[in-house]
Design a protein around this ligand. Structure first.
Ligand SMILES: Nc1ncnc2c1ncn2[C@@H]1O[C@H](COP(=O)(O)OP(=O)(O)OP(=O)(O)O)[C@@H](O)[C@H]1O
Ligand SMILES: [Mg+2]
Length: 111
C-alpha cells in the first residue's frame, strides 16, 4: 500500500467500491488460498490491483458486479481490466485519475 495522503472523495469511494466487489467475488467464486490487494498513488494516478490464486475464469457477462464496476470506474475517467485465465487465478486492475479540486473532470489540474 503506497498511498500517503487522502484522495478526492470520488476517487476514494470508487476505489473502495472496486475493492469490496472484487473481494466479495474472490470469497464467493475463486476458491483462492491467497488474495492480495495493492494500491499505489503516483503521478496523478491511483492504481489498485486485487489478485487471487483461485480457479480463474471470471467472466463479466455472468453477473452485474464487474460490469457495474467497469461503468463506475470509467465514469471517473479511469480504466478497468480483468485478467482471469482458467486455472490461473484472477487479477483485477483499476487505474483512477487523481485530480485536484475534488476529482471533478473540469477542475484545473494545476490547482
Ligand atoms: N475472483 C474470481 N474467481 C473466479 N471467478 C470469478 C471471480 N470473480 C468473478 N468470477 C466469475 O465471474 C462472474 C461475474 O462476476 P460478477 O461480479 O460480475 O457477478 P457475480 O459476482 O456472479 O454477481 P453480482 O452481480 O452479485 O456481483 C461470476 O459469476 C463468477 O462466475
Ligand atoms: Mg460479483
Amino acid at each position: 500500500m503506497r498511498v500517503h495522503n487522502r484522495l478526492p472523495e470520488s476517487v476514494e469511494a470508487g476505489a473502495y467500491c472496486a475493492v469490496s466487489e472484487i473481494l466479495a467475488n474472490a470469497a464467493k467464486h475463486a476458491r483462492a488460498s491467497v488474495v492480495e490487494v495493492d494500491a499505489e498513488a503516483l503521478g496523478g494516478t491511483l492504481r489498485v490491483r486485487v489478485r487471487d490464486d483461485g480457479i480463474g475464469g471470471a467472466d463479466p457477462v455472468r453477473g452485474a458486479g464487474l460490469v457495474g464496476l467497469r461503468d463506475r470506474i470509467e465514469a471517473l475517467g479511469g480504466t478497468f481490466s480483468v485478467h482471469s485465465p482458467v486455472g490461473c487465478g484472477t487479477t483485477v486492475s483499476c487505474e483512477l485519475p487523481v485530480m485536484a479540486g475534488g476529482g471533478y473532470p473540469d477542475a484545473d489540474p494545476a490547482e
